[in-house]
Design a protein around this ligand. Structure first.
Ligand SMILES: [Zn+2]
Length: 98
């Protein structure tokens, strides 16, 4: 699945909330969302690119510290065993529809 390339922008909506504006092959796609949602969604391409760059070349932190490398076994909120690399990989997979 390939998303519409960024940048995505927001614009105020007369009825409240924000318009999410995504350029798409010369056409513009508009949708109205609550302001906080539109701002978050509009930042998605930048967040995804930054996350890709952040984990590029990083090993699983459990493997790197000699622990069993089964990060799926640990919940994201188990901060003692949390592996930020595998959590980031899982978030990227969700964002890219993998
Ligand atoms: Zn891991």
């Amino acid at each position: 699945m390939i998303h519409t390339p960024g940048p995505w922008k927001t614009a105020p909506c007369a009825g409240g909330g924000l318009l999410l504006v995504r350029p798409n092959s010369g056409q513009i796609s508009l949708q109205i969302f609550p302001a906080a949602d539109a701002t978050l969604i509009a930042s998605a391409p930048d967040l995804l690119a930054a996350l890709h760059r952040t984990i590029d070349g990083e090993p699983c932190q459990r493997e790197a510290t000699g622990q069993d490398a089964d990060c799926d076994e640990y919940a994201e909120y188990d901060t003692w065993n949390w592996c930020w690399v595998c959590a980031a990989r899982a978030a990227i997979a969700r964002a890219e529809g993998a």
